[in-house]
Design a protein around this ligand. Structure first.
Ligand SMILES: [Zn+2]
Length: 380
């Protein structure tokens, strides 16, 4: 199971389980990541010719007409089919606006990861002027496509608010994690902006719910389209979809025309990074590891990284560590099970035999079989 489909399953389980969609509100800065500034705004690089190339990131939680979490999750096929319809409609409206504003090329990249082995964007219904960005092997959509002089502007469609903002399906990278860079709690849109800041390219247009608009007050030059009002993490008040699409066309065009006034967000280096996690995730097991600072309650870890990519990779690795605490919930279930004594005995015996088998050369961990050759579209 890929990290992304795991992520979405967990998200689905958590949202189904909490129904009303409770969120944790975290307003104070972790002491270990406190600071001022941290991001330098720069003018976009001057364009050398008349081409104007735009890269469109898409997520799948901030779409117009969408009010059900199952529509962004491949594991609910009939709802997901509707979600794909919302996605292509938003993307085509934005693509149309970008070309109307003067874009000469538009590429689309997947930053969602629904669990669908095929891209969420239905190629057959995509505006034929736009092209889906692909690679021959898996890649980090926020990091690996960033290079100078490939795109002039970046756009993000169907985005969601960050963990703790109370937006529709709000989270950052995965459920219950709050990512900080240079003293700022950030959204996935800021991950895109900081990463493209390395190549001097600004984010000029974003669509999503009203809570994400609040989160992005940090980037006031962005043309923003509110697709819906979030009333909780699982409920929304929808806007009229045709008016949203008309506004997308208009604001995407305006964003392209206003490109020279947009700002490139360059993250100051070294980067102070921190991760705050909500229970049952925990980073307490890292206490005593050199190079990281752990809060007294085990919910925060902070470290210094040389640049954005090192900070990003460190945060992703630490999210994996924090999730190792999730089986504590499984342990609770087992302890409450009528057969718990037997299950725990079987687990101890299996662990003992695993050690003895490894020591005796009778067992080794399975190796990852090379996956079949296929195209990769991003988070997918
Ligand atoms: Zn996302």
């Amino acid at each position: 199971m890929s990290r992304h489909s795991l992520l979405l399953s967990l998200l689905a389980v958590a949202m189904a389980a909490c129904g009303g969609g409770t969120t944790t509100r975290q307003d104070s800065t972790p002491a270990s990541a406190a600071g001022t500034g941290g991001v330098t705004l720069q003018a976009p690089a001057a364009r050398k010719d008349s081409t104007l190339r735009v890269l469109v990131y898409h997520d799948m939680e901030g779409l117009a007409g969408q009010d059900d979490y199952r529509t962004f999750n491949y594991s609910h096929p009939e709802f997901y089919a509707k979600g794909r319809g919302y996605l292509i409609a938003d993307i085509n409206a934005v693509v149309d606006g970008l070309f109307a504003g003067g874009a000469t090329a538009v590429d689309i990249i997947d930053a969602h990861g629904s669990g669908n082995p095929s891209p969420d964007v239905d190629a057959a219904r995509l505006d034929p002027r736009a092209k889906q960005l692909t690679r021959d092997s898996a890649f980090r959509q926020y990091v690996d496509v960033v290079a100078p002089d490939v795109y002039d502007a970046v756009v993000a469609v169907g985005m969601h608010a960050k963990t703790g903002s109370g937006g529709f399906a709000s989270h950052t990278y995965t459920l219950g994690m709050d990512l900080w860079m240079n003293g700022r709690s950030i959204t996935e849109t800021e991950l895109v902006a900081y990463s493209w800041g390395r190549a001097g390219v600004p984010v000029i247009f974003v669509s999503g719910d009203d809570k994400l608009q609040g989160d992005l007050a940090t980037m006031p030059w962005i043309s923003y389209v509110v697709t819906k009002q979030a009333t909780s993490a699982s409920t929304v008040a929808l806007r009229n979809v045709d008016s949203v699409h008309a506004e997308m066309r208009e604001k995407a065009a305006a964003a392209v025309r206003a490109l020279p006034q947009a700002k490139v967000t360059h993250l100051d280096e070294p980067v102070r990074a921190a991760l705050r996690v909500a229970a049952p995730a925990s980073v307490a097991m890292l206490r005593g590891v050199p190079g990281v600072t752990i809060s007294s309650n085990g919910s925060e870890v902070a470290f210094e990284a040389r640049d954005f990519v090192a900070a990003y990779d460190g945060l992703v690795a630490l999210m994996g560590v924090a999730r190792l605490a999730y089986p504590s919930v499984l342990n609770e279930v087992i302890r409450a099970h009528p057969d718990s004594t037997n299950i725990q005995r079987l687990q101890r015996e299996r662990l003992m035999m695993r050690w003895l088998d490894v020591e005796s050369g009778r067992w080794s961990p399975p190796t990852n079989a090379p996956s079949a050759k296929r195209l990769h579209y991003g988070a997918q």
